[in-house]
Design a protein around this ligand. Sequence first.
Ligand code: ZN
Length: 293
Amino acid sequence: MGCYRIQLVAIVSFMLLLPNTQGWGEEGHAIVCKIAQARLSTAAAEAVKKLLPKSANNDLSSKCSWADNVRVVFPWSSPLHFADTPDNVCKYKDTRDCLDHKTGTKGRCVVAAITNYTNQLLDYGSETKSKYNLTQSLLFLSHFMGDIHQPLHCGFVSDRGGNDITVHWYKRKQNLHHVWDSSIIETELERFYDDLDDFVDAIQKNITKVWADEVEEWENCSNDDTSCPVPYASESAKDACKWAYEGATEDSVLEDDYFFSRFPIVNLRLAQGGVRLAATLNRIFDTQFAMSV
Ligand SMILES: [Zn+2]
């Protein structure tokens, strides 16, 4: 057991050192983290810099898919990436939907994970050393804040959030979940932008112009909570029905009609994910900073 644990620690530590290669699913997470890091307060930016592994070079986006990469070594973390609802129920309900569907264990979903890792990070800066690995807490929180804004991470249980629906993305055979994780974003990159930073710039411009009046509402949590993931899951469940599943059944061919009506939703969700990740990190670390002075 002890030996196994040492090996596990060694593998995870090694993975923290590895540079992440860009691949399927990484762009969306990187965009969320780039938007977030640019909006951090001084205290939060400092804390993130200290918590990131050296190999990240103070670039949160480079480690934003770490949580996906450690699914094999942390099998317990797999159910934490999503919160699916019963079929055709377009609403997330915490008491019903937050569980590991394989074991039935309650509280094992992306919503509870965001609350959990937020609470762990509140240990940052306290006099007694935290029992948690706060680097991992930061990387999990940053990743899950992206996941919860992807509508099909709050899709239906029976098709595993669209993973079991095969469609054609233009000429390519793909599952619907993957279309929303990656294909829409990649088609945007191919058609509209020079690179990922150009894409991020465009979203940031929309945040300061088109969505300027809504941003404060995105950032706020009711009851002065440090994080508030339940409404984010509800929005995703609603979008899953209205936009992701609509017109996309088994063997559907999804082309320009689907792409042009859905990419603005993807962009909005990426923006909200980034703004809310920053707001949450600012609340976490500004509180710690205020307590320490
Ligand atoms: Zn994930």
